[in-house]
Design a protein around this ligand. Sequence first.
Ligand SMILES: Cc1cc2nc3c(=O)[nH]c(=O)nc-3n(C[C@H](O)[C@H](O)[C@H](O)COP(=O)(O)OP(=O)(O)OC[C@H]3O[C@@H](n4cnc5c(N)ncnc54)[C@H](O)[C@@H]3O)c2cc1C
Length: 432
Amino acid sequence: MSAERISVIGGGLAGCAAALAADARGARVVLYEQRPATSAPTHQTALPAELAGTADLGVEDPKRATGLLKAELRILGPALMECADATRIGEQTLAVDREAFARAVAERIEAAEGIELRREQLPALPDGPVVIASGPGTWSPLARAIHAAAGTGFRFSVIGRPPLIAAESVNLSAAFRAPIYPGAEPALFVPLSEDEAAELAARLRAAECHEPPEFSPQTILAEESTTAERMAADPAVGLGRLLSGPRGPQTGHEGLALCLTPDDADGRAWHVEGLLTTLAPEAQVAALGALQAFSGVRLLRPALVQRAPWLAGPEATLASLQLRRTGRALIAGTLTGVYGYAEAMALGAVAGIGAAKIARGSEPLPPPHECLTGALCRALADEQPHQDGRMLRANFGMLAEHRDDRGLGKSERRKRQIERALKAVRQYVEAD
Ligand SMILES: Cc1cc2nc3c(=O)[nH]c(=O)nc-3n(C[C@H](O)[C@H](O)[C@H](O)COP(=O)(O)OP(=O)(O)OC[C@H]3O[C@@H](n4cnc5c(N)ncnc54)[C@H](O)[C@@H]3O)c2cc1C
């Protein structure tokens, strides 16, 4: 009996990771992507794996959770990590040239013998094994079909991204390079006067906001922050955090500065770090125009704050990422209630491996609990993992305590957790 064909809905980070992981295991995959015919404001191109926010995939140091997750991903399904390596621009972190990264992924998908990319919007779940990775822009009719298959309703979180500006439209002559804190990736800082900062805050306060539904005063964005206009409106908070410049004595700067992070290898486009706002694009330009260096600023992509739907909890999913009620369907990416590029790719790979198993007639297994990917999958299927309804990020606290680690200091314990995690992922992949 030949293996069933797998459908993957969504050619974002998670869907591409799923399709490539399944292809690497000999599966036949149809990858459905609705762009370019239908596109949400999140994306601007038709390229697969277009990064929705900044171009930084984060640290690689396995002593940090996002670093260990990426180390595990290099074993689970390394294709997207290889694309990131090939387009890397970061010195300390895996920051990539955003467009070159997406092009590299497009080439991998194109070259993969088992993957057929269909530019089509799916309104329903196809027959057979299916990975649902339709991301933050999952709208009906697909959302209704997912609801029916899962038997539970969606929950919602709010995610933001800063504006992307054209370098040639701003005066960067006074800008200096420094890490935002000692040891971080160097960024570009544009010094500001107190008057400019006050005017920026005033323009943010005065402009009309376009907040998503149910964006209450308590709502915290997935980035653990709030919008710039809310910061500006709160005298106790102000724009201090946004404009505090590089932090710590080794960074050699005191005073206000706006931080820019790169989007490409040539310095043509920069993200205005942390400026998450619901203002309309023209109002974003007008607010930034309060700063002398930005008086002619041109937006390449406006800041965006949007609601992201997700399903999680024991009534919805299993630790294998299968929907509890419809075992042939697996979910991945932000749809599982995780935030983060590494999280989206890791869960995508797990769902792809699981779907390949279903296609071969066997049952998917969750990744081992000793690794962060496995711990994250288990957390999603747990009762109350999402504190205050916020999206989950991988963290070392998710790993169960190991009896051999009792009495050890933090660094020795971390070293052993990393060794155990990578060994467990290797065994999981070898046993597949
Ligand atoms: C605005 C924003 C900014 C973010 N910034 C960051 C950041 O800076 N750093 C970070 O770590 N994380 C960030 N995230 C969170 C998260 O890491 C990314 O959203 C990640 O790209 C999610 O991957 P995904 O595959 O789940 O979704 P996506 O990358 O959005 O992919 C989903 C894909 O499915 C397609 N699709 C949807 N419905 C259908 C359908 N019915 N049929 C066919 N195709 C369909 C969409 O067109 C899209 O291409 C951000 C999220 C958002 C929304």
